[in-house]
Design a protein around this ligand. Structure first.
Ligand SMILES: [Zn+2]
Length: 338
């Protein structure tokens, strides 16, 4: 079961990385050393090389790639017909040393589970790749456990056929009380077309592979295709109160056209930018420190305070900028088994 944690409440630095890419060792267009340099030039802090069925040898460090941490990885897939839609699962392994053997005979979620377990037995972590592209249903994903996260956003499948955003399935899982974390990745095959558009930001003491893996395992990360989230603070009334789960959530972020508190069906809140922007269970926070009487950054938002009624079963924060790009925090809490 994934750890629910608030990465904004722990010490460390933010490191941006991509946990899913392909090189010429599978169906990617760029050799490993060039692809790592591509991400290093763009300022990325870490990258996991996840070729299909092959753990790509990490390229020798160069002056260009000295600033980026490279983690070995892999992408495997179950046999066709493994899912309710008749497709197959793709499972990404991060921090693995060797390819798990193929399990053609096993089918269904059991096959996906076998790969998740095989990746974790090596000390790696598994993510469920591009659920929307794969056509994965709630049942397909809910029957697998032990994975680190699902991909809430996958650039390659978005630019290919517009099936990169798996947000609805994520909320379906959370609404059914299944604690699930989410990463955003490029799944880069053709740098320039499907690179540098989605990332996962981890909060860690340094960018060593061990520190990044530990931060991922602790749930100290959020996903983005653009916006930055600076701070999220959850203040619940707590035990002893009449409504222990009532309280507030405060968000500080880069310029946004909306900030949402996404919760279970019909609940939650949202703040929209603009003079007539709707606000539900939310109020606008003025930019910290400057111009306390007015609003800077034009019409865009930089902060929100949400009210929790105390009946929400989970809540996560979602920030959308004026180009439609999103940032997603992991669920701030979950109430299960009540
Ligand atoms: Zn892939």
């Amino acid at each position: 079961m994934p750890r629910l944690a608030n990465p904004f409440a722990v010490p460390g630095q933010w490191f941006r990385g991509n946990l899913h890419v392909h090189t010429t060792n599978s169906d990617g267009a760029m050799p490993p050393e060039k692809l790592v340099a591509h991400y290093a030039y763009a300022g990325w802090d870490f990258i996991a090389l996840t070729d299909h069925w092959k753990v790509t040898e990490l390229p020798a460090p160069s002056p260009v790639t000295a600033g980026i941490t490279v983690i070995p990885g892999i992408e495997v897939g179950t046999a066709p017909g493994s899912t309710e839609a008749g497709t197959n699962y793709h499972i990404v392994g991060i921090n693995v040393q060797e390819a798990p053997p193929r399990r053609e005979a096993q089918n269904g979620a059991a096959a996906a589970q076998w790969y998740v377990d095989a990746i974790r037995e090596q000390g790696g972590e598994a993510t469920i790749a591009h659920p929307y592209w794969s056509g994965l249903t709630l049942r397909d994903v809910a029957t697998v456990c032990g994975h680190l996260a699902i991909e809430v956003y996958n650039t390659d499948t978005e630019v290919h056929i517009g099936r990169g955003n798996s947000q609805m399935l994520w909320d379906d899982l959370l609404s059914h009380g299944i604690p699930t974390l989410a990463v955003a990745v490029d799944d880069c095959h053709r740098p320039g077309q499907d690179s540098l558009r989605a990332w996962t930001v981890v909060r860690a003491p340094d960018r060593s592979p061990a520190a990044i893996m530990a931060a991922l395992r602790a749930g100290h990360f959020y996903a983005s295709t653009g916006p930055e989230i600076y701070d999220v603070q959850l203040a619940l009334n707590g035990e002893g109160s009449e409504r222990p789960y009532a309280g507030t959530v405060t968000v500080r972020c880069g310029p946004a056209r909306s900030i949402s508190l996404v919760a279970d069906p019909t609940r939650g809140g949202r703040l929209n930018a603009g003079t007539f922007g709707m606000a539900r269970n939310a109020r606008r926070l003025k930019p910290a420190g400057q111009n306390p009487q007015g609003i800077v950054d034009g019409e865009l938002l930089t902060g929100a305070e949400f009210t929790l009624a105390g009946i929400e079963r989970y809540a996560r924060i979602q920030v959308e900028d004026d180009r439609g790009r999103c940032a997603w925090t992991n669920p701030l809490f979950m109430r299960t088994g009540e």
